[in-house]
Design a protein around this ligand. Structure first.
Ligand SMILES: [Zn+2]
Length: 542
């Protein structure tokens, strides 16, 4: 009798203790939920990929039976990081190109090109990426004389780090059928004494895009998986890819259905007549891990390659204002199309003139406050008098804090002392709109969201430079930087009911860190590492 009673009691207790079932219980953690008041918890229960309850350690452990437990060992948990603007597929493809990052001049660049050419006889094209003349002793563009001499027949295309400029040889021009002596709308072929230097800017580089778009499926698949692994390792659970064609979007969709691609992707559609016609016919895509309801447009080029469109000439190049990449009519036409078809418009605007132009067109089409969440991507050099337009038309500034710390050493040369004051003015933009979307623009910058945090909050690069921070008056608070990397990015991509904070009913996307970013200083925050990443309650990186 006594034995039976004990067994019965045991059964009742088990049933009582674990009144609910979960797939995963995460406990012994310091969970920053990033909800409205950033409530913190010690534990959470997850079922079917979603959070079912958050609470104190014992409450969750007592209530939920689960096959899997994750003991966080007292570590900090944040919602999975979201990159608000990056080139996810482009990053993966870049990993398969010749890496030219950090080369110190043309001599070293040629050495790398020759070694690569020899190692890859199977490749017709030699495509490299990542050089930056701002890191070279003379800080001037290279020319292609050496490239033509050593590669008379094999096409070579070497993209600058920002992708807005490229050095090409004659064989590449022949293969692409590009005539550098004819005008190129929104682009430029740099000449010296009547001879082509080998440098192409903006739309002249885009001519080669079809060569990249034609990349075979196997290469793209490999690229997407490489990008995914690297992103999970740094705590990213969602990315906004700033410009994909229909074919790449369909491949992502297929790989997600196969289960190979688990990354949540907000894909912006690249602005082309074919892409827009496709989505006009088929409508937006809203799936669990893929959303397509925005168009990525380019208003101008980049500051490093002097393609950014400025009202007054560049301070380091007389009479030069940069490049406008399409006509005003075109921008207006796309804006009306987006408005009519329920798409968000996300326009790359770097220079003060480009920002003014697009904010004006957005305002015309939007008319007033709204919930369409159109974005200005980069919003880099933006005159103070333009700032009120963000709130007036509910436009979201989407910025990349690492651009400020990477460009800091040379941006004052391009802009001069007056304009530099309102460049990379992220805190001012945050105040103007009450929120910001934060990203990296990788592979233009590194993929690490923790560096975004450091660049946003301390305004320093990975080496801790410059001392005291780059224009520290435009630093974001640690809480706002984290919001920008999580919930504000979710809002900027219409996903705030699904991700961006750890709340009941949302997807269990989260990251485990070995330090609490809200409690550390500049020095110690640089040592924080990602210990694990989860998507839908599934551990995807450790
Ligand atoms: Zn970009």
């Amino acid at each position: 009798m006594k034995i039976l009673f004990t067994i019965l009691l045991g059964l009742t207790m088990t049933a009582c203790i674990h009144s609910e079932e979960a797939d995963l219980v995460v406990h012994n953690a310091r969970i920053h939920s990033m909800d409205e008041g950033n409530t913190s918890y010690q534990a959470m229960a997850i079922r079917d990929g979603r959070i079912v309850e958050l609470g104190p350690e014992q409450q969750i452990l007592n209530r939920y039976g689960s096959k899997k437990h994750f003991d966080a060992a007292g570590r900090t948990i944040y919602p999975g990081f979201i990159d608000g603007h990056c080139h996810f597929l482009g990053y993966g493809l870049n990993e398969q190109k010749l890496d030219l990052q950090g080369v110190k001049g043309m001599g070293e660049m040629m050495e790398r090109v020759e070694a690569y050419a020899e190692a890859h006889p199977e490749k017709n094209w030699i495509i490299g990426r990542g050089w930056d003349q701002n890191l070279w002793p003379m800080q001037v563009y290279p020319d292609n004389a050496e490239l033509d001499r050593r590669f008379p027949d094999r096409p070579v295309l070497l993209q600058r780090v920002d992708g807005h400029a490229a050095l090409v040889n004659d064989a590449a021009l022949r293969e692409a059928g590009l005539d550098v002596h004819a005008p190129i709308a929104g682009g430029q072929a740099l000449m010296k004494d009547g001879r082509f230097t080998g440098i192409l800017l903006d739309n002249a580089v885009s001519v080669f895009q079809r060569i990249f778009d034609d990349t075979d499926e196997a290469t793209k698949r490999k690229a997407l998986l490489t990008a995914q692994a690297d992103c999970f390792a740094v705590g990213l659970t969602m990315v906004c890819d700033a410009g994909l064609d229909v074919g790449s979007i369909e491949l992502i969709r297929t790989m997600q259905k196969e289960g190979a691609l688990k990354m949540r992707i907000y894909a912006m559609v690249a602005d082309s007549p074919e892409n827009l016609a496709h989505f006009e016919e088929h409508g937006p895509i809203e799936e669990e891990r893929l959303t397509v309801r925005s168009v990525k447009v380019y208003a101008d080029g980049a500051l490093g390659s002097r393609g950014a469109l400025l009202k007054a000439p560049y301070s380091d190049q007389a009479h030069h204002h940069g490049l406008q990449l399409a006509s005003v009519d075109h921008f207006r036409e796309v804006a009306r199309w987006c408005d009519a078809h329920g798409f968000q418009m996300n326009t790359h605007c770097i220079g003060d003139s480009a920002n003014k132009l697009l904010l004006g067109i957005y305002g015309e089409v939007l008319g007033g406050p709204n919930d369409k969440r159109w974005r200005i991507e980069h919003a880099q050099v933006l005159a103070p008098e333009e700032r009120p337009k963000f709130a007036a038309y509910s436009i979201i500034p989407s910025v990349q804090p690492t651009h400020a710390t990477s460009d800091g050493p040379w941006a004052p040369d391009r802009l001069g002392p007056d304009r530099i004051v309102y460049a990379y003015a992220y805190e001012e933009l945050r105040k103007a709109m009450g929120m910001l979307a934060l990203g990296t623009d990788f592979p233009v910058e590194g993929i690490d969201p923790l560096q975004t945090f450091r660049s946003a909050v301390y305004r320093v690069d990975a080496k801790g430079e410059p001392t005291g921070g780059y224009h520290p008056e435009n630093a974001l608070s640690p809480m706002d930087a984290l919001r920008g990397m999580t919930i504000w990015n979710a809002i900027a991509s219409f996903a705030e009911h699904e991700v961006g904070s750890l709340e009941v009913g949302k997807h269990a996307d989260f990251v485990v860190l070995d330090g609490d970013l809200l409690k550390l200083d500049q020095e110690t925050s640089g040592k924080v590492r990602v210990k694990a990443t989860f998507v839908n309650g599934e551990q995807v990186s450790d």
